[in-house]
Write a new protein. Structure first.
Lengths: 189, 162
């Protein structure tokens, strides 16, 4: 066959791209990527640091009382995250209760126990076993622990009178003196 | 009058013995591990990420399973138990996110992007197969190609003749 005689099929006319459809697709993709970016950055934020404003939260205690940390400006608030299944929480439970008893009369310090991912019957049994009397409630929908970017229990955050984080303890307190020293420092600010 | 007052419960007991018995001695059926695990396998404890509750070995998960058993014994349905866990611990305890709010993005956009991807791949594959004449290594008939190439070939032919 003579190559000169072969004829190529006529080139198809380039399709017109619907610019509106392209723009819409781009916007959808951009929105989707933004959501993923936002989710990733918010989940990979580092831990809170001393001096930062403490996130405010509302805790409903096991006996139905409501505490909002924003209402406690001018006082020192000790926020302790714990769980009945956490072995190291038990190490500091009695010391925390003794520290609460130490400051309770003065009225300048509030203790709040935030029960993380726990079942209510086990939590109540734990509070009874260690004789804990300061306000305790469940971390509903884990919203408080997420605000504090908590990684594991126990963790304790001491909020000063201005609503800033004065002290952060990751892991259990080793003695009553350690707790008292941390709270006294926050009171002195 | 007082004697009659004390006789009323006794009379009730005599008249409706089965009803009184049912009220006082309710048989307690303890749900089996299989019944508990049927619900637990669709739940995830936030402490042990990516481990379904039915196989999670931690104490926290064991407590959750006992709570499921307790709720089942109280007559709760699977849906009620799941709703309870979501209310207590948040959406992340579920094996798949609930179909509400922004979660719809994942249910809708992922298949849409998947379909778009299939269409793009299909079109690329078709375009690779179609222009067989332009494939590399194939002879292109003179005159049908680029005029510049045609001129070059003509020039080459001339030089070869010389």
């Amino acid at each position: 066959m003579n190559p000169e005689t072969i004829s190529q099929p006529p080139k198809a006319a380039p399709r017109k791209i619907n610019s509106w459809a392209a723009l819409a697709a781009f916007l959808v993709l951009f929105g989707f990527l933004t959501v993923i970016y936002w989710a990733l950055t918010s989940s990979h934020k580092g831990p809170l640091a001393v001096g930062e404003p403490a996130p405010d939260f509302t805790l409903t205690t096991f006996d139905g009382k409501i505490y909002n940390t924003a209402d406690w400006r001018g006082k020192v608030v000790v926020v302790n995250f714990w769980a009945s299944w956490c072995p190291t929480c038990k190490d500091e439970a009695v010391d925390l209760e003794n520290a609460w008893k130490h400051y309770r009369e003065g009225g300048e310090v509030l203790f709040l126990g935030v029960d993380y991912v726990d079942t209510e019957p086990e939590a109540l049994a734990y509070l009874e076993k260690y004789g804990i009397t300061y306000p305790n409630g469940q971390d509903a929908r884990t919203s408080i622990s997420r605000k504090y970017r908590m990684r594991a229990v126990p963790e304790t955050y001491i909020i000063d009178r201005q609503g800033r984080l004065a002290y952060i303890k990751i892991g259990p307190f080793l003695s009553l003196e350690e707790i008292l020293a941390a709270i006294d420092e926050a009171l002195a600010r | 009058m007082k004697t009659w007052f004390f006789l009323i419960p006794l009379l009730l007991l005599l008249l409706f013995p089965s009803a009184v018995w049912a009220e006082t001695v309710e048989p307690t059926v303890v749900p089996s591990d299989d019944e508990v695990n049927a619900i637990a396998k669709n739940l995830f404890c936030p402490v042990c990420e990516n481990t379904p509750l039915d196989v999670c070995p931690t104490q926290a998960c064991a407590q959750w399973r006992e709570l499921i058993r307790l709720k089942l014994a109280e007559g709760w349905t699977e849906e009620q138990i799941k709703e309870y866990f979501v209310a207590q611990y948040g959406d992340r305890v579920l094996a798949e996110p609930p179909r509400s709010g922004l979660n719809w993005l994942f249910y809708l956009l992922v298949p849409v992007f998947f379909l778009i991807g299939i269409v793009i791949v299909g079109r690329v594959l078709r375009s690779m197969r179609r222009p067989a004449g332009n494939a590399p290594g194939m002879a292109v008939p003179a005159g049908e190609s680029d005029p510049y190439l045609a001129k070059m070939e003509e020039e080459l032919r001339k030089r070869l003749k010389e």
